[in-house]
Ligand binder design. Structure first.
Ligand SMILES: NC(=O)c1ccc[n+]([C@@H]2O[C@H](COP(=O)([O-])OP(=O)(O)OC[C@H]3O[C@@H](n4cnc5c(N)ncnc54)[C@H](O)[C@@H]3O)[C@@H](O)[C@H]2O)c1
Length: 116
């Protein structure tokens, strides 16, 4: 694999703008869930979209996560999926971040690498 090693500081490349500008409606919370197509992230997304005032952005590179995990969420108006690697810079207007983009089980990482 040619990717560089994970570094906790890398999350800083997600540049957040925490202002009221860009919010569609007053009181809307834009929430980024990294690793949102994984086990923890997808269940977190499922819980967060239940709140009408939450706009949930699920960001995942699908390394070990699966679109099947969020299939039921795609049709929700307050849910958006972005296929992206957190180690690459991205500009998103958000208020909160839940960071679950961390493959949990080494076995699953090896399996994902073998499937490439
Ligand atoms: N599963 C559990 O029971 C459990 C319990 C406690 C804590 N945790 C922790 O929660 C975190 C997530 O665990 P999980 O079980 O959901 O693992 P998971 O492998 O199912 O989910 C991780 C997700 O992150 C994505 N991902 C990995 N690297 C990425 C990158 N560079 N950019 C974007 N997306 C990336 C993967 O594709 C996957 O969808 C881990 O840190 C784990 O230690 C898990």
């Amino acid at each position: 694999m040619s990717r560089k090693n994970w570094n906790a500081g890398d999350l800083s490349i997600i540049r957040s703008v925490c202002t009221d500008q860009g919010k569609g409606n007053a009181g809307m919370k834009k929430i980024l869930v990294t690793g949102g197509a994984g086990f923890v992230g997808s269940n977190l997304c499922r819980r967060l979209v239940q709140e009408e005032n939450n706009d949930v952005i699920c960001l995942d590179n699908l390394m070990t996560g699966k679109l099947d995990n969020i299939q039921d969420l795609i049709k929700r108006p307050n849910f958006k999926f972005i296929e992206h690697d957190v180690r690459e810079a991205i500009d998103i207007d958000i208020h909160y971040i839940y960071h679950a983009a961390c493959p949990q089980v080494l076995r699953r990482i090896r399996k994902a690498q073998q499937e490439r």
